[in-house]
Design a protein around this ligand. Structure first.
Ligand code: GCU
Length: 338
């Protein structure tokens, strides 16, 4: 009797081992390493499509040894919580807005200054040049490594009631990301900054907890904010690049599987960034059309209004450290007027 049980147990164990060695869907061997990647944008958004492309490249080029699971729509938490989990190895990789990363590197917040880049092209040159690469090759204060830069265009204000210029922002409660730079900017513009996570903004707009927020057009539309705050003031005050990051723990595990520095992973991340950029441009155009379809009022600021905004945030530049000012000057050299 005892022997029969032993045989049965052995059969079950062998079955389990065989099952674990197979990918149930594809009949392929299981990967050596499965990594978790977080993005707070929904399925189909440029950053998540590019993240999925990144995962596909990695899986193909490591011949299935490394698999990256992309969790989108904030499934793994808000950006602040994802950053915390990256620091402690709970999440392996993520795409985060640079506003959230201001404490990770010295002078990083300089990259998020309003009116720092003259246009998208200027920002891209900076990120692809020595400044952007410098931040990618150094480990952050908590050991994270930036893998690539993703594009997130320009951010503008949108409100429940129309705004025609700086005077209409005075005393308005405007949602900002959980960032000191963004809060300070809002105070200088005369508004009341309301820090909250991306996921909380829609209901705050609906209930009137905030009078408005600011973001790029694809985010404005894909979150439904365009239906809760139908006035888009296209002032393009900030361009916040986004970073794909990997935790120090994941890097060590990748190195064990891949036998060395994970250059292959970084290469895939950079190729996915180039893909994201093409998707981004298409998405901006599609979002603009969607705004028109929804009856959003897009207000183009005059040159005087733009000047008033720029002048109001000048203290952010005056308050910079010596190295911060040097970085601003260096970034300025990448602006080439067409
Ligand atoms: C953009 C960005 C997000 C960020 C959001 C925000 O949409 O892509 O990563 O969370 O701005 O305003 O919080």
């Amino acid at each position: 009797m005892k022997k029969r049980w032993m045989v049965l147990l052995a059969v079950v164990l062998v079955g389990l081992v065989l099952y674990c060695c197979q990918n149930a869907d594809k009949g392929e061997p299981l990967p050596d390493l499965v990594l978790r990647y977080a993005d707070n944008q929904p399925e189909g958004y440029p950053t998540t499509l590019a993240a999925q492309y990144f995962a596909q490249l990695v899986e193909e080029r490591t011949e299935g040894r490394i698999r990256i699971r992309v969790y989108c729509d904030g499934e793994l938490g808000s950006e602040v919580s994802v950053l915390e989990q990256l620091r402690f190895g709970g999440i392996d990789m993520a795409r985060l807005s640079s506003a959230i990363l201001e404490g990770e590197y010295e002078d990083f917040s300089v990259l998020t200054l309003p009116y720092l880049y003259e246009n998208d092209e200027h920002m891209r040159r900076v990120l692809e040049g020595p400044v952007g690469q410098r931040f990618l090759i150094q480990r952050s204060s908590s050991g994270l490594l930036g893998m690539s830069w993703y594009d997130a265009g320009a951010r503008s204000f949108y409100t429940r009631e129309p705004i025609g210029g700086l005077e209409d922002l005075q005393g308005k409660h405007i949602r900002v990301q959980e960032s000191e730079m963004m809060s300070r900017m809002m105070v200088l513009l005369g508004a009341v900054p309301e820090k909250m996570s991306y996921e909380q903004v829609y209901s705050a707009l609906l209930t009137g907890t905030v009078d408005g927020a600011e973001n790029n057009l694809p985010s404005y539309v894909s979150t439904g904010h365009s239906q809760a705050a139908g006035y888009f003031f296209a002032d393009e005050h900030s361009r916040l690049p986004e970073m794909q990051l990997v935790s120090t723990y994941a890097m060590d595990r990748i190195a064990q599987v891949d036998g060395g520095f994970p250059a292959l992973i970084l290469q895939c991340a950079r190729e996915s960034a180039a893909y994201e950029r093409t998707l981004w441009e298409e998405q901006v155009n599609a979002s603009r059309e969607e705004c028109l379809r929804q009856g959003v009022t897009i207000i183009e600021p005059t040159d005087e209004q733009q000047e008033a905004f720029r002048a109001a945030v000048q203290p952010l530049y005056d308050e910079l450290s010596v190295s911060g000012k040097a970085l601003v000057a260096e970034i300025g050299t990448y602006w080439v007027e067409n």
